[in-house]
Each structure stands twice: as structure tokens, then as C-alpha cells.
Design a protein around this ligand. Structure first.
Ligand SMILES: Cc1ncc(COP(=O)(O)O)c(C=O)c1O
Length: 395
């Protein structure tokens, strides 16, 4: 057998949660089982037709077949500038404060590589989207956990962070609405975060992947709405969730010019920018009638409500998340998150994500993604009921 050693930065990382669960899922599918898959956050809505049409048109134009520029099309950056102004009332300079990305995960990980050396530390609230702590591990740095829980609304308490730790930290990750908990942040929290990072000279990275997926009319805010945020912060956006374009790989980053330049410098060594035809499709997406989102949100909200009422009927005491595509669910007593994942998979044919993949503080929970219809969600609940899967916390 061919023998070689992976770099320590890679071999020391635990397997990515979705890699583990994908294999187990495939094993069950190979047995012919009909699985209700509520695991990965890949929206099941089709990409809007106008976006697909714009892509088709762009594909017919040979100019789009060349290497794109590192900065992206000026028209794409202008569309982002307009979008961010209309959606979040923030003012950006499309020549200095916006960069297209091949999906936001790419940008988050590459920014971390561009800033973190072995020995450096980052601050990350847990539970979190895996890239927020795994990128630091890959870069050879150390993530310092800012613990969060249901009790604190999954917001970290900055007053508990030791001054010496804060002074040493180079970067802080935040992401509200949060994957996996669906938590949202208030203006006061963001103000505090910006002030804290300024005081301790920390770069603030806000991942705003779920900007448009919110419920009950309560729109989450961009961190760029906080005066002075742009001095120290950068914010990642994606079209994956907002426009159901996960497979297209398109996102963008906005904010501090120097940080954008640092990420751009990193990316000049790694890629050739975002396919121009995809950027044209992205422009069409951002110029779409805004009524589209109301429909999307209505459907996600109906799914959220179906999950919550279904779980409540099975004994869970659980509150409705205010945003995101997820419901974060405590596992019954006696289960680990992985055991409960397996119980649901093998006894009910329902696939979720085990909480441990979102960091140590995700243990004891599973994440349900709202990526199938209300009918299928109701079927998932009924399968759980038939399999005798209920929430029991007593002995
Ligand atoms: C919080 C968060 N950030 C980023 C991403 C990745 O998005 P993209 O498709 O833009 O890489 C995800 C995907 O699930 C996510 O949950």
C-alpha cells in the first residue's frame, strides 16, 4: 500500500461531522430505506428561475469563459453595495469594501489562514458552525471557547473573559442568527462586541449566512450597522441560503478595507476568483423582487412550527427558534448526540446532525435542518412516535 503522512495540521483534525454522517446515511440507503434527511443545511427550494436564466445567458457569452478578475465584476460589487444598503441600511464602497467569494466557507477559512499563525489564538462561541473553530486548528492556532447556552440565549458573556486572554486573541468569530442554535443577537450585544474587540485590538469576523431567514417579522441586523464596526470588522454573506444557491458556490465579504485586502492577497495565491457567469447570476438574484423572501420565510416558518409542535407532542419542552434553518434539540437522558443520531437513523429513518460536530458544547443535542416539506416533517415525527422515540429526562 502507498504510504504517506498527512501534514499534522490535517491529520490532527477530527473527521468533519458531515463526512461521518454521510457514510452512515449511505449505509442505510444501500439497504433500500427511505430516509427523511434533515441533516445538511442545503436548501431544497429550487434556485429562482430568473437566476437560472441569467446564468444560461451568461454562459452563452464567451467573455465570461475567461479567468475572472480577483476583484470580481464591478457590476457584481455594485449589486452587493445596493443590496446591503437596501437590506441593512449600510453604506459600503464597492471599490474598497466588497469582495466576491467562492462561497462564504472558502472566505472564512482563507481569512483565518491569512491572519493566524501557530501560537495565535481566536475567540469562538460554542456551539458553532464547524469552520469557525476548525479553520483556526488548520492554521495551527488555538480557539478559546466562549461558552454559550440556552440560559444566555447562546450569546457569550464578554465580561467573563480574562483581560490577558482578550489582549492575546487576534480574532473573534460571531455568527447571528447562529448555526446550529438559531439564536439571534440584539443591537446592544453587537455594540458590546464591537467595543470589546476595539478595547482589546481584536479583529471581529461576523458570519451572516442566515441574514434573510428569520421569523415572526424580526429581521436580524448586520454588524456593519453598528457605528465604528467597519474599523475592526468584516462580515461574510452567502447566496447559498438566501437564494437557495448552495451548489453554485457564491458569496461575498464586506467591511474593513485592510482586512478585505488581506483576504484578497491570500486568495490571489489560491484561486482565480468567482466564475463571471455565476457573478451575473448573483446580480440577477440580488435584483429580484423582494416578495420572493416572504414566500421562502413563510415556508421555513411552517416547517419550524411543524418540528416544534411535533417534538412537543413527543414530550420535548422546546421553544421556537427566531431565525435560521435549524431547530436545536436536547437528546433524551441516557443518549449521547451520536447515539441519538443513530437511534433516529436506524429506528425511524430520520437523519439529523449530531451536536458534537458543532464543538464540545454541542454534545447532548442534535440539529434538525428545515430542508424538507411540512408533510415529510410530520411523517418524520410520526415515524419517531411509532418507533417509541420520545423525550424522557427522568429515570
Ligand atoms: C454559519 C454558516 N456559515 C457559512 C456557511 C457556508 O456557506 P457557503 O455555502 O457560502 O460556503 C454555512 C453553511 O451551512 C453556515 O451554516
Amino acid at each position: 500500500m502507498f504510504e504517506f503522512e498527512e501534514a499534522k495540521r490535517l491529520s490532527s483534525l477530527p473527521t468533519y461531522v458531515f463526512d461521518t454522517t454521510d457514510k452512515l446515511k449511505s449505509e442505510e440507503r444501500a439497504k433500500g430505506k427511505d430516509l427523511i434527511d434533515l441533516s445538511m443545511a442545503s436548501p431544497d427550494f429550487p434556485t429562482p428561475k430568473v437566476v437560472v436564466e441569467a446564468m444560461k445567458k451568461a454562459l452563452d457569452e464567451p467573455v465570461n469563459h475567461r479567468y475572472p478578475s480577483f476583484d470580481g465584476l464591478p457590476e457584481f460589487r455594485q449589486a452587493v453595495e445596493k443590496w446591503c444598503h437596501e437590506q441593512y441600511n449600510i453604506h459600503l464602497d464597492h471599490n474598497r469594501e466588497i469582495l466576491p467569494l467562492i462561497g462564504s466557507k472558502e472566505g472564512i477559512v482563507h481569512l483565518t489562514f491569512a491572519l493566524i499563525d501557530p501560537g495565535d489564538t481566536t475567540l469562538v462561541p460554542l456551539p458553532a458552525y464547524p469552520a469557525h473553530f476548525r479553520a483556526t486548528m488548520l492554521a495551527g492556532g488555538t480557539s478559546i471557547v466562549m461558552p454559550t447556552s440556552a440560559k444566555t440565549g447562546y450569546l457569550p458573556d464578554f465580561s467573563t473573559i480574562d483581560d490577558a486572554i482578550a489582549d492575546k486573541a487576534k480574532l473573534m468569530f460571531l455568527s447571528y442568527p447562529t448555526n446550529p442554535t438559531g439564536a439571534v443577537a440584539s443591537r446592544e450585544f453587537f455594540e458590546e462586541a464591537v467595543a470589546f474587540c476595539k478595547k482589546h485590538n481584536i479583529i471581529l469576523v461576523h458570519d451572516f449566512a442566515y441574514a434573510e431567514i428569520y421569523f415572526d417579522g424580526k429581521k436580524p441586523m448586520s454588524i456593519m450597522e453598528i457605528p465604528g464596526a467597519k474599523d475592526i470588522a468584516i462580515e461574510f454573506h452567502t447566496l447559498s441560503k438566501t437564494f437557495s444557491m448552495a451548489g453554485w458556490r457564491i458569496g461575498f465579504v464586506v467591511g474593513n478595507h485592510q482586512l478585505i485586502q488581506t483576504l484578497r492577497k491570500m486568495k490571489t495565491n489560491l484561486d482565480y476568483g468567482l466564475f463571471s457567469a455565476t457573478q451575473r447570476a448573483g446580480i440577477a438574484a440580488m435584483n429580484m423582487e423582494k416578495g420572493y423572501f416572504d414566500e421562502v420565510r413563510k415556508e421555513y416558518q411552517a416547517r419550524r412550527d411543524a418540528v416544534i409542535s411535533g417534538l412537543q407532542s413527543l414530550g420535548w419542552k422546546i421553544e421556537k427558534p427566531k431565525a435560521s434553518m435549524y431547530v436545536w434539540v436536547e437528546v433524551p437522558r441516557g443518549f449521547t448526540s451520536m447515539n441519538f443520531f443513530l437511534e433516529l437513523l436506524r429506528k425511524a429513518g430520520v437523519v439529523v446532525s449530531p451536536g458534537f460536530g458543532f464543538g464540545d458544547l454541542g454534545e447532548g443535542y442534535i440539529r434538525i435542518a428545515l430542508i424538507d416539506s411540512v408533510k415529510r416533517i410530520e411523517e418524520a415525527i410520526s415515524r419517531m412516535e411509532k418507533a417509541g422515540i420520545r423525550y424522557k429526562n427522568g429515570n
